[in-house]
Design a protein around this ligand. Structure first.
Ligand SMILES: [Zn+2]
Length: 136
């Protein structure tokens, strides 16, 4: 179905996109919460931690706590968190739906499947071809 994705490039109207922003914000916030929950589980399962160091309910709700949690994420997770954060920023600035390489509409289906993507399917495929070439 990969070629089907490429057909989904007809940009919706500004009004329709404005309605999508809220949807994608929720999607991205959900991904972020999931990531932080995983990190939290890793943290609480870490038996080397002094129980007194564990945050109470109040701390759990603070942004500061989430911030310190983010530092405990492993490399790949932290990378994903960074991508989610920058996607949220691009959502606020209105750049989210547009390919960072060629400026075309990325496509809603593609964004639902990969909410942190910054490239349209054509540029992504081009990038993957180049990566393969460089990989030898
Ligand atoms: Zn593109």
């Amino acid at each position: 179905m990969a070629d089907r994705e490429a057909i989904d490039v007809e940009p919706p109207s500004d009004e329709e996109l404005a309605a999508e922003v809220e949807k994608f914000r929720e999607l991205l916030m959900g991904e972020k919460a999931k990531l932080l929950r995983n990190a939290q589980r890793t943290l609480t399962e870490d038996m080397t931690l002094d129980q007194d160091d564990l945050p109470d309910e109040m701390d759990l709700a603070t942004a500061d706590y989430n911030q310190s949690l983010a530092f405990r994420l492993r490399g790949r997770e932290r990378l994903l968190l960074n991508k989610i954060e920058s996607s949220l920023e691009r959502l606020e600035s209105g750049d989210y739906f547009w390919c960072t390489s060629c400026g075309s509409f990325i496509g809603l289906k593609r964004l639902v499947a990969r909410p942190v993507t910054t490239l349209c399917i054509r540029c992504k495929e081009k990038q993957e071809r180049q990566e393969r070439t460089f990989a030898g």
